[in-house]
Design a protein around this ligand. Structure first.
Ligand code: SF4
Ligand code: SF4
Length: 486
């Protein structure tokens, strides 16, 4: 006799009703009473149709029960137990077609920085690339930057838009090359019929009036690395002599926000060991400074460092993220802007039904270029020979890329195979894994509770919005423009 079983799913509640997130398809469905009763039974153990009838028909009615079983089977929430449904069978490895077009090139125009942030992944004890002993040039030359532009335009394939992000070190230390690169890329893009979009990340210390004017005129997207109010910023974001940077950057950022109106400007906050007051940081950066949006990221570090977030710190962070996410929800229900970008980014991934074979675009749609033109997985690996995928002069080493993708596919991460959050997490950031475990292919098992907790919050927010203001979600119907640079 055939039994039915629930496929892998995560049940959550939003807007007072149950939903399921279906792991194999990354789809979300609201459940009515009958569907919920069936799913609950089939989550406990497999049931035959007759067993379901005998337990549920009296309350839900035969016809309703039959229709619901058919519907749940159609959306693949449940299945006949002919083969094991819990994916005991190995997950097939599906690779994107190659050559996969490059969407975003992150150009590390310098590996030098005028700040000395204690937690910095580039200079602290956890650094991957030796930037001090002259192995790589301190600044990217104009010639290498031009070659990088040619590389990007070529590797972007049929894409109509190529995204170039300038990064560092402190990016604006090499403003002369940045400026010339933008002009060159624009001209070459026009010749080839492509639009080139520019953005940069900076610590804000060098935002002089002429630079601000240039960024505004050229519609360069700007992300500022800043940690919050003075006492938070000055804890880690210090100059080489140890003095805090808040009083230097705050007026410059205010000036930037006043003059640069052609693109929304965001802040990127690194969260460290507590005590954390995320809402206060958010309020300060949006209301007192004026940022359009704020994204938070836990510091990447090996365990045991003073600034590493502890397990209880992650719990606390999740609680505060949840509060801010629910504030985002209330604003969004009223179609008011709220700048908590972490929740917005995850909502977009949920809406698009993303099911990732790889955690991010690194080594696929996104690559980082070191000051000497070596191409690596992403900006955080730029300059690391062990993570090199080619050069801007010779192009992408397709063998190295294939070997990387083969090794890092989610199907290899057996620890993740039973995790309901894997369509969105896929093992997490390679750089985090490298810093934590010395190996990019390891899943980031130290923060699974945090990832699952945060994903659950975002599913709830998504469910609430789908009931209370579904029009809000329509903004995510558009394809994703660029890879995210975290
Ligand atoms: S790293 Fe953890 S949370 Fe992420 S997919 Fe793997 S098991 Fe799940
Ligand atoms: S998530 Fe990690 S590996 Fe991926 S692009 Fe960002 S820093 Fe690089």
């Amino acid at each position: 006799m055939i039994s039915w079983a629930a496929r892998e799913h995560h049940r959550f509640e939003a807007a007072g009703r149950p939903f399921v997130y279906l792991v194999p398809s990354a789809a979300i469905f609201a459940l009515d009473d009958t569907a919920d009763a069936i799913m609950r039974r089939l989550t406990e153990r497999p049931y035959t149709r007759e067993e379901l009838e005998s337990e549920l028909a009296e309350r839900h009615g035969h016809a309703e029960l039959e229709d619901t079983i058919t519907e749940l089977a159609r959306v693949r929430a449940i299945g006949e137990l002919i083969v094991p449904l819990r994916e005991d069978t190995p997950q097939p490895k599906i690779f994107p077609l190659t050559p996969f077009p490059l969407t975003t090139m992150v150009l590390n125009v310098t590996n030098q920085c005028n700040l000395s942030c204690t937690y910095c992944y580039e200079y602290s004890e956890d650094k991957i690339v030796d930037t001090e002993n002259g192995k790589k040039p301190k600044f990217m030359s104009e010639e290498t930057a031009r070659q990088s532009v040619e590389f990007m335009l070529k590797e972007s394939g049929d894409n109509k838009v190529a995204h170039i992000t300038f990064f560092g070190g402190e990016t604006l230390l090499n403003f002369p090359v940045l400026k010339k690169t933008i002009a060159y890329a624009r001209q070459r893009g026009a010749e080839l019929g492509k639009e080139v979009d520019f953005s940069l990340t900076t610590n804000g210390t060098l935002l002089k009036p002429d630079i601000i004017e240039f960024l505004a005129e050229n519609r360069v997207g700007v992300t500022i690395s800043i940690d919050g109010p003075r006492e938070v910023q000055d804890k880690f974001r210090v100059f080489h002599n140890g003095t805090g940077s808040y009083d230097v950057v705050a007026p410059k950022i205010r000036e930037l926000l006043k003059k640069h109106r052609s693109r929304p400007i965001g802040a990127r906050v690194t969260l460290t060991s507590g005590p954390l007051d995320i809402r206060r940081i958010y309020r300060h950066l949006t209301e007192e400074i004026g940022f359009w949006e704020v994204g938070f990221a836990p510091v990447t570090t090996s365990p045991g460092r003073g600034h590493a977030i502890s397990e209880t710190g992650y719990d606390d962070m999740l609680g505060q993220f949840r509060d801010l996410a629910y504030e985002f929800l209330e604003y969004s229900v009223e179609n008011r802007h709220h700048g908590f970008s972490n929740v917005k980014e995850t909502l977009e991934e949920i809406h698009k039904g993303m099911s990732k074979a790889f955690p991010c675009g690194a080594g696929l749609g996104l690559m980082g270029v070191a000051t000497d033109g070596d191409v690596a997985l992403c900006h955080r690996f730029a300059g690391s020979d062990a993570h090199k995928l080619g050069t801007v002069a010779d192009g992408i080493d397709r063998n190295a890329q294939h070997a990387f993708l083969e090794k890092h596919h989610i199907a290899n991460k057996t620890d993740c195979s039973a995790c309901w959050a894997r369509p969105l997490c896929s093992g997490g950031c390679y750089h985090e894994a490298h810093t934590r475990y010395g190996e990019t292919s390891r899943p980031n098992l130290h923060y699974c509770d945090w990832i699952r907790g945060w994903t659950d919050v975002c599913l709830q927010i998504y469910g609430e919005l789908s009931e209370r203001n579904p029009a809000f979600l329509a903004q995510f119907d558009e394809p994703m423009a660029a890879e995210r640079v975290s």
